[in-house]
Design a protein around this ligand. Sequence first.
Ligand SMILES: C[S@@+](CC[C@H](N)C(=O)[O-])C[C@H]1O[C@@H](n2cnc3c(N)ncnc32)[C@H](O)[C@@H]1O
Length: 384
Amino acid sequence: MSGLTRPFLEIRNRLAARCGLYLDESRVPQLTKAVADRMAARQLSHVSDYDQLLRSEEGAEELRLLAELLVNHETFFFRNRPHFRALRESILPELHQRYPAGRPIRCWSAGCSTGEEPYSLAITALEVFGMPPVRTTKICATDISLPALQRATAGVYRGRSLTNVTPTQLATYFQPAEGGYRVRPEVQSLITFQQLNLLDPFPAWAKGIDLIFCQNVTIYFQLATSRELISRFYDALADGGYLFLGFSETLWGIFDRFETVELDGAFAYRKNVQHSAARPAPKVKKPEPPPPHVRSAVTISRRTIDDAGESPPTVSTQSGAARDAVQRRGGYPGASASAACRRPAAAGAGGAAAGSACRCRDPCGAGSCRLASCRSRAVGSGGR
Ligand SMILES: C[S@@+](CC[C@H](N)C(=O)[O-])C[C@H]1O[C@@H](n2cnc3c(N)ncnc32)[C@H](O)[C@@H]1O
């Protein structure tokens, strides 16, 4: 990397190796500023002294503090709404049907940031199982960042964070609080927050997990780091368990032991199953090759509020229960006639310009897509 002195290079490499945070050329200014800030906090005047500190016994904690200045905590409730719809209409009912009474459903929000993702999981579980729930859901939510976890534990949100929360959800699962809305105790009680660097060994509880959400975490991870992490997630999942990645992330080319499953416009990765006889099988898709612009195997676009838009489900791929639910709601009058495209024919909120034809087969309503033919491209990132 040009422009970086040896101690800076050492620091950059340590961040990648210990936290997964790979900073390419474009992020050198951010790295330089973050190191300067930490040196000031430590009253150090030479980068080589700071590098030395990182190698010392205090190094792990100092590296975490440095990483804190460089990670992206962006998140909001019900990010990637098709994922939560698939949970509500297919996956949680399927797990409930499959498991004996008393067996909790176990979820992991890995890289939970300020908590919106695990709370969205908890709310979805309560919507499916009722309050008090007929099936217990246990959610472990982890992040490398202590300040983010402190905000998550406080559970108070406002503004942009709540954009995808419906008025009914707000009234049912939140209560007004100073500075916004506080998540109700019934929701909070499903979640345990814990600090965890995903590159460290997983805790003992990370075995036999039914659902892992690891969305938008590996943005700056290198290929080998992502592959190793995904392989460990695979081991942590129960048979028939699901891994959810961010909307534009794909495992294509880095890990092929998962089945790619399409559920009502959502894409998930399922660990091979022994148990499939008892449940309606979701459609299993062959993984698609990424478009040429995708450099990292795990790519993430820097998307804004409507990660995937509200693309209507494809009725033909739904389970009976989900299909019935759709029919009860009167179907999707705006749904495209094309089997390949799930967007409304006249794309509305979150979609491309109204009336423009979408040639992609993904629910690409928010301006990003994995197919080379689509005009709205995912922005590949992450280093090699
Ligand atoms: C952009 S947020 C994503 C939050 C949420 N998953 C979502 O999609 O809305 C990424 C989170 O990953 C966390 N993270 C990054 N590297 C990590 C690591 N090595 N171990 C644990 N968490 C990490 C960051 O602290 C940050 O809170």
